[in-house]
Ligand binder design. Structure first.
Ligand code: ATP
Ligand code: K
Ligand code: MG
Length: 695
């Protein structure tokens, strides 16, 4: 089972359409309607004209009763059609949410007291709280979101990602996050639960695709304010018109003024605005990206710079030790032993792979190290080293081993010598580091008691197909910068191989963060792709922070989007969807406002021709009668909302091109279209209305 992608749901899926029809009536609730001021106004005047209709029937007034009734009905349809547009957009999200909800079976969990506990108590997954520890073995469903704190396992995440190939999750590194509802395929892991019930990744994904927590974006708010302004202006116009009409001796029926008001206020965009926003977020799901806010999707449309973390984002992130390279006066076993001891408690993939290599090359045993009294210093992205100190067996003091980024270990060795003066770095170390770096590998340097022993070659693989995709980003005018904690040589080699525009090496979490702030200070919109806990501050600071799903829980929390396929070049699709969203909204606003012009020509002559015969020159449409003209304009006004729902949901076509060309093209299509379509539409409706004697 996997998520129903929106493209798999036909535009008017019968089940969704049925639900949406019901929802259209539910959404007539004034408390809902008031959130959409244009439709609220329409609803109020629909109510008013219904009252007038009833009054006319009861009092047996006038010969316009039939037209008044029809106008009232079409005004209600206008509101219902707008509600329907929103409900269809939401319904598509709900269909995805339902299939996600199926993943939420209430599993049992095996809770343990400590990582190495041998016994467990069985509890319901729904009773787990943050910081609880659970064991999960092959075949088990992971009972909640968390980080792997011990062990390594392959996990089937297809319920969430739709990808059938199992992924590796392990403690220590940047691939430690697991999601509740996914299934362990092999091995055994201990998971520390990070989410309380009801606030898991899945819960939030469901809420997001359902649009339950959808908030208006800043752009939507700005547009809504404009629409409210227009509505107020036309309201004032329509309220003052009777005065002018009376002056010239003609009385205007209230229902005609109502009709004029509704055709003039921007009902088309007012009715489709929220559907456009919801559909934009849904389209991302089709590309396996979950956006946590509409604001992020909009910002994506204007991105100037993309920063990417290297390890785990551009590369697969499973760096494996493949070679020990000792200095000439050191033998390989001595280097391997030191690296082994410094890695015994190192839970990162790098550390574990060093232990494994030392075991296979020299048959070292864990117990060799554990006999001594050791204090470990875990790896940190700040020091970029990890190490161990231990008492020497003959009691002559303590020894210390460090391994890590070359510059960091060389500085440590220099400090050991005293005074922090940089001693002469052996040329063999420089050569080894260069050889590894130029091949795109990560060199770790090992030092013991202020003496350099050699280097370790860590291999990593660039995710396939990345190069061509970065070229596409360049064509879209987006600059790509790789930021990495790794050394400049490795960074340069990977940057060249991946085809990014620029790179920043030896970056700490703070440096990643300040680089983003610098770019933002220059007025640029910045996107960041990352996976590690050390990327979390940067992901939070970026305008668009895309966390790799393979990353840590901290990264997934910090970003405002999660790519379920962990593909950093997905930004191409994210940007396109952002641009498409902004363009759809702009185009339909243009269309909606251009529409009004035609309605002037339909309605103004109809209302005033009796009192101002000079207006005859304006009567270019030659509609059957004033009543028919007004009714036709109102019918067109309602039907155009339905007609444009597919465009609002699918979005206007985007192809990479300059902003100016796109603007010109869209103004032409939607501006001119908005002018011409109603002339034809209203005329056609008028012919039908007249033919059936409806007015
Ligand atoms: N387990 C480890 N022990 C010691 N040093 C390590 C360990 N893992 C990585 N390093 C060193 O620290 C550097 C910084 O690591 P960090 O994880 O912050 O960045 P990175 O993974 O190299 O790059 P990125 O920021 O692109 O993910 C690495 O380049 C490596 O030299
Ligand atoms: K209108
Ligand atoms: Mg990383």
């Amino acid at each position: 089972m996997s998520i129903h992608r929106p493209d798999a749901i036909s535009l008017f899926d019968p089940a969704i359409a049925r639900q949406a029809v019901l929802a259209s009536f539910r959404k007539l609730d004034p408390r809902d309607l008031v959130k959409n001021p244009v439709m609220f106004t329409t609803g109020v005047v629909a109510m008013l004209s219904s009252i007038l209709f009833v009054r006319d029937i009861v009092l047996g007034l006038g010969d316009n009763v039939g037209v008044v009734g029809q106008i009232a009905a079409w005004l209600w349809f206008t509101v219902l059609f707008a509600n329907f547009a929103e409900a269809v957009a939401e319904g598509r999200g709900k269909a995805q949410a339902d299939s996600l909800r199926k993943t939420k079976t209430d599993t049992r969990a095996r809770k343990i007291a400590a990582i190495d506990s041998k016994t467990w108590t069985e509890v319901a997954a729904s009773d787990l709280r943050a910081n609880d520890l659970v064991v999960v073995e092959a075949g088990d469903i992971i009972p909640g979101d968390g980080d792997v704190v011990s062990g390594i396992a392959t996990v089937d995440e297809s319920p969430i990602t739709g990808e059938s190939a199992p992924v590796i999750r392990e403690s220590g590194g940047d691939r430690s996050a697991v999601t509740g509802g996914t299934r362990v395929v092999s091995d055994r892991i201990v998971v520390r639960i990070t989410a309380d019930p009801g606030s898991s990744f899945l819960d939030r994904m469901i809420a997001l695709v359902e649009g339950a927590k959808r908030q208006k974006t800043p752009n939507e708010i700005a547009l809504t304010i404009l629409l409210v302004g227009l509505t107020l202006i036309f309201l004032i116009v329509c309220v003052t018109l009777p005065g002018f009409a009376l002056y010239s001796g003609a009385a205007l029926p209230v229902v005609f003024l109502i009709a004029l008001l509704v055709t003039l206020i921007p009902t088309t965009i007012g009715g489709l605005l929220s559907a456009i926003g919801i559909a934009g977020m849904d389209r991302l799901v089709k590309f396996n990206v979950i956006a946590k806010s509409g604001r992020a999707v909009e910002a994506a449309g204007d991105i100037d710079v993309l920063l990417l973390d290297k390890t785990g984002t551009i590369t697969l992130g499973n760096r494996q030790a493949s070679e020990f390279i000792p200095l000439p006066d050191v033998n390989e076993r001595e280097l391997a032993e030191a690296a082994f001891l410094a890695s015994l408690a190192d839970d990162t993939p790098e550390g574990k792979s060093i232990v494994a290599l030392a075991k296979s090359r020299f048959g070292l045993q864990e117990t060799d190290g554990l006999q001594r009294q050791m204090t470990f210093q875990p790896f940190s992205a700040h020091t970029r080293m990890s190490g161990v100190t231990f008492a020497v067996t003959d009691g002559r003091g303590r020894e210390e081993i460090q391994k890590g980024a070359p510059d960091a270990v060389i500085r440590w060795v220099a400090d050991w010598a005293g005074g922090g003066t940089v001693s002469v770095v052996p040329k063999d170390i420089i050569q080894a580091v260069e050889r590894i770096g130029k091949a795109g590998g990560t060199p770790l340097v090992v030092g013991k008691n202020g003496r350099l022993l050699g280097a370790i070659y860590l291999k990593d693989i660039i995710k396939p197909g990345i190069r061509e995709r970065f070229q596409t980003l360049r064509k879209m005018g987006i600059r790509t910068v790789m930021v990495t904690g790794d050394n400049p040589l490795t960074a340069a080699a990977i940057a060249a191989e991946a085809g990014v525009d620029d790179f920043l090496a030896e970056a700490t979490p703070e440096k990643k963060l300040s680089l983003i702030r610098e770019e933002q200070a220059k007025g640029r919109l910045v996107a960041m792709c990352g996976d590690g806990s050390n990327d979390a501050p940067a992901l939070a600071q970026a305008d668009v922070g895309v966390a790799m799903n393979t990353g840590t829980q901290a990264a997934r929390e910090a970003g405002n989007m999660v790519d379920l396929e962990s593909d950093p070049t997905k930004l191409i699709e994210i940007v396109m969807i952002g641009k498409q969203l902004l363009m759809s909204r702009g185009s339909l606003t243009t269309f909606s406002i251009a529409n009004d012009v035609a309605k002037y020509f339909a309605i103004i002559p109809a209302l005033f021709i009796a009192s101002y015969p000079q207006l005859q020159t304006l009567n270019v449409m030659h509609l059957a009668s004033p009543q028919s003209a007004i009714l036709s304009a109102i019918i067109f006004n309602a039907l155009i909302i339905i007609g444009l729902i597919p465009l609002a949901l699918k979005g206007v076509q985007y192809r990479p091109a300059g902003a100016e060309e796109l603007l010109r093209r869209n103004l032409f299509i939607y501006g001119l279209g908005g002018l011409v379509v109603p002339f034809i539409g209203i005329k056609a409706i008028d012919l039908i209305v007249a033919a059936f004697g409806l007015a």
